[in-house]
Design a protein around this ligand. Structure first.
Ligand code: UGA
Length: 435
């Protein structure tokens, strides 16, 4: 089946290559010509495991093409996926400028039936807005449907999540739209949940906000554990074995980041407030999340006393492992706070250093994890890359000026740190090693 994808960012590109992998013929559109030039050479503009391989495979199979013209997308595929960005404005409202522009262009170029599918995370009622926009700007009387098909992919495992989803949600208001979307997903082995367009839109926001709530609950428990002497990992393990609760997304840390949770939680709160529904619980998630990083900073400051002229090694810059994405990355906020207090930073991340250098050219970018720790007054772990877990703590101790570690992701070996007489602070557990 011929499918068009408008917007070749994380969502659009992953969608495009995965549909090509399932046998569809794909046209991906993006207005950024520099990005397109890279893509046509088989180079992904962002780091995502497996992306370059699939890109090159389907450029070669000719099931994947690129264009910078939205008009081409309207002509090419009977199903057109909108995957453009919906950034946050002040107070969390989603900016729908790109979505509206795409809807207008689709309208102006509509010559025969098309199914327009919103895949970007959008506020409730966006489907209705797109429908109205296409109807208003259409030049002819070609028929169309608008559907919602939210994505649930996680950066870092986006290809796997897309090829093997837990479920596919299709929000439709016509039998034709449903049957076309069933055709798109014919090769996927998972339940297809058919809903109204509005319910599909809400499923996406509700899912992300619920996951953010789970993390925030674990982070709050961590604070309670630190105050009471309990251990948050033991507590969430005991909770998570209850199937009604589940063990996933209960890892306490330094707060969630990324391009989705912070934006989507704020957007859901905004939607609720617009509909005059009490949003205090959802607003609370966002506020607690910001407080989580502040509490971590306070812990560092309390232990190190004066931060001016202290050297801090930071392991992990991206908002999570397996990505070079720095959007809302807790590490970046922490670096800003530490710099403001006069500390010097030796940073390391397996893939996110080039992006960080653009924002903080004054940092020292280490060649590896041990190099980052060299001469530092403390080591702070912000992202739980597997290679950090595997780093020999004896080697870390040998190069640190003072053997103090703040593990913001509870990913290092506490027992080993204690054996080595290193002082290690985790999240939601008591510190080990000599005070
Ligand atoms: C999230 C959702 O997990 C996807 O289902 C959704 O499709 C996506 O947003 C989106 O809306 O596009 P993503 O932001 O890529 O995916 O990353 P997650 O793996 O969900 O992690 C988000 C943040 O939560 C990270 O900063 C991570 O470190 C943090 N986290 C996650 C925790 O602090 N604890 C956990 O237990 C899990």
């Amino acid at each position: 089946m011929k499918v068009s994808v408008i917007g070749s960012g994380h969502v659009g590109l992953v969608t495009g290559v995965c549909f090509a992998e399932k046998g569809h013929e794909i046209l991906c559109v993006d207005h950024d010509t520099e990005k397109l030039a890279k893509l046509k050479k088989g180079e992904s503009p962002f780091y995502e495991p497996g992306m370059n391989e699939l890109l090159q495979k389907h450029l070669a199979s000719k099931r994947l093409q690129f264009s910078n013209r939205t008009e081409d997308a309207v002509e090419y595929g009977q199903a057109i996926f909108i995957c453009v960005g919906t950034p946050s404005t002040a107070r969390g409202k989603a900016d729908m400028t790109f979505v509206e522009k795409v809807a207008q262009t689709i309208a102006e170029n509509l010559k025969e039936y098309r199914l327009v599918i919103e895949k970007s995370t959008v506020p409730i009622k966006t489907g209705e807005r797109i429908k109205r926009t296409i109807a208003r700007y259409a030049k002819g009387d070609a028929q169309f449907d608008v559907a919602s098909n939210p994505e649930f992919l996680r950066e870092g495992s986006a290809i796997e999540d897309t090829l093997k989803p837990d479920r596919v949600v299709v929000g439709v208001d016509s039998a034709k739209a449903e049957s076309l979307l069933r055709e798109v997903y014919a090769g996927f082995n998972c339940p297809i949940v058919v809903t109204s367009v509005g319910s599909a839109e809400l499923i996406k926001h509700a899912s992300n906000s619920f996951l953010a709530l789970k993390i925030t609950f674990a982070n709050w428990l961590a604070r309670l554990c630190e105050a009471s002497g309990a251990d948050v990992e033991q507590v969430v393990h005991g909770m998570g074995l209850d199937h009604r609760i589940g063990k996933h997304f209960l890892n306490a840390g330094i707060g969630y980041g990324g391009s989705c949770f912070p934006k989507d939680v704020d957007a859901l709160a905004h939607i609720a407030e617009e509909l005059r529904v009490d949003a205090s619980m959802i607003r609370g998630i966002s506020d607690m999340n910001k407080g989580q990083l502040q509490a971590f900073y306070d812990k560092i400051e309390k232990e190190l006393w004066v931060l001016t002229d202290k050297t801090i090694a930071i392991w992990g810059l991206a908002f999570k492992p397996n990505t070079d994405d720095l959007r809302e990355a807790p590490a970046l906020r922490l670096i800003e706070m530490l710099k403001k207090a006069g500390a010097k930073i030796r940073a390391h991340d397996p893939v996110a250093m080039p992006n960080t250098r653009k924002l903080h050219p004054d940092l020292y970018f280490a060649k590896d994890a041990i190099d980052a720790a060299h001469g530092a007054d403390a080591l702070v772990v912000c992202t739980e890359w597997p290679q950090y877990r595997e780093t020999d703590l004896a080697k870390v101790k040998a190069v640190l000026r003072v053997p103090i570690i703040f593990d913001g992701r509870n990913c290092l070996d506490r027992k080993r740190a204690a054996e080595l007489n290193m002082r290690l602070f985790g999240i939601g557990k008591s510190a080990v090693g000599p005070a």
